[in-house]
Design a protein around this ligand. Structure first.
Ligand code: XMP
Length: 319
């Protein structure tokens, strides 16, 4: 693609000019955006870049391994893998307010990056895969009053105490353009086509308090849902699909016993940039199959509902 080939060249020159001979630390989230940013920056400055993958324990099933494999084995880009589940889940204990959860996660990411930067003898820049819609939505809502809808953890600058400047080469791009750039940079198709996954991870898909037990329950339900989507050949037709674990228990019956367990909501939307979204119109048979599997296979869930809300007025994520 001509446009992306040009963009790649221009950005590489800009990154070199901005960074000079200094060190950059880049946070990988497992998503497409940070991966594309990392590969682009690596092309620009080589081993002046250190990639850090913070495993906050809020990833989906097997996600951490996939990221580490892609970078270490496929790209041969050095990667620091930080196990920070206890740090994140410890701090999330007792937090139920969506913004409080987001802010804690954002701040803790910065703490971890600072710590890792110290370990490599200091870094002058922090790289992030921030996209244009992230920038807009953290500032104001399209066409509406200027209020913060959600504080995207990777937007909004850095705390003043932090002495790293930001490198954000994707700030002008929309998701479909980042995917084009990813292909241009040779990232595997399956990776480039992945559904977006938010930095705060499963924490914002577990309304109420986040615990390890609830993360584990959600991971199982989400994996079943995505497996069925892939089996039905629907993955690429959907912008984003995921399960949400609600802090609501309902009564059910299994065998000849009463159950009293959590509700799982399924979400799937179509979109071109995440700024607006429509509900994906599954056929009833598909939803019945997924609901049956989740209730039968995931201990802790006894009811499954489908979210029929478009954006606006809903947002894609529940928090
Ligand atoms: P919402 O829920 O605001 O989401 O309609 C729009 C898109 O942004 C993703 N999202 C995030 N991505 N950090 C991210 O990197 C975040 O804090 C964040 N919050 C939401 C969401 O998954 C959807 O694709």
């Amino acid at each position: 693609d001509w446009t992306m080939a040009e963009f790649r060249k221009t950005k590489i020159a800009e990154i070199r000019a901005q960074v000079g001979d200094k060190r950059v630390i880049c946070g990988l989230s497992g998503g497409v955006d940070s991966a594309v940013a990392a590969v682009l920056i690596h092309e620009a400055i080589g081993d002046q870049l250190t990639c850090v993958f913070v495993d906050h324990g809020l990833m989906r099933m097997n996600e951490a391994e996939q990221v580490v494999t892609l970078f270490r084995d496929h790209y041969n880009i050095p990667l620091v893998h930080v196990e920070a589940e206890e740090l994140f889940l410890g701090g999330l204990a007792g937090l139920t307010d969506p913004e409080a959860k987001r802010k804690f996660i954002g701040k803790t990411f910065i703490d971890v990056f600072e710590e890792e930067a110290r370990k490599i003898g200091g870094a002058d820049f922090l790289a992030q895969g921030t996209l244009y819609p992230d920038v807009i939505e953290s500032v104001s809502f399209t066409g509406g009053p200027s209020v913060t809808i959600k504080s995207h953890h990777n937007v909004g600058g850095l705390p003043e105490r932090m002495n790293m400047a930001l490198v954000e080469p994707l700030r002008e791009l929309f998701k479909d353009e980042v995917r084009d750039l990813g292909r241009e940079l040779g990232l595997p198709d399956a990776f480039v086509g992945r559904h977006p996954f938010p930095g705060p991870g499963l924490a914002i898909r577990i309304p109420g308090e986040v615990t390890k037990e609830r993360c584990d329950i959600l991971r199982k339900a989400d994996a079943i849902y995505l497996e069925e989507i892939r089996n039905a050949g629907l993955y690429d037709a959907i912008w984003q699909a995921f399960a949400v674990l609600l802090p609501v228990k309902t009564v059910g019956v299994m065998g000849d016993g009463r159950t009293y367990d959590s509700v799982c909501a399924l979400r799937a939307v179509t979109s071109t940039d995440g700024m607006t979204a429509d509900v994906f119109p599954y056929d009833a048979g598909f939803l019945t199959r997924v609901a049956t599997r989740i209730v039968n296979e995931v201990k802790g869930i006894n009811r499954v509902v489908y979210d029929y809300t478009s954006k606006p007025p809903g947002t894609i994520e529940w928090e």
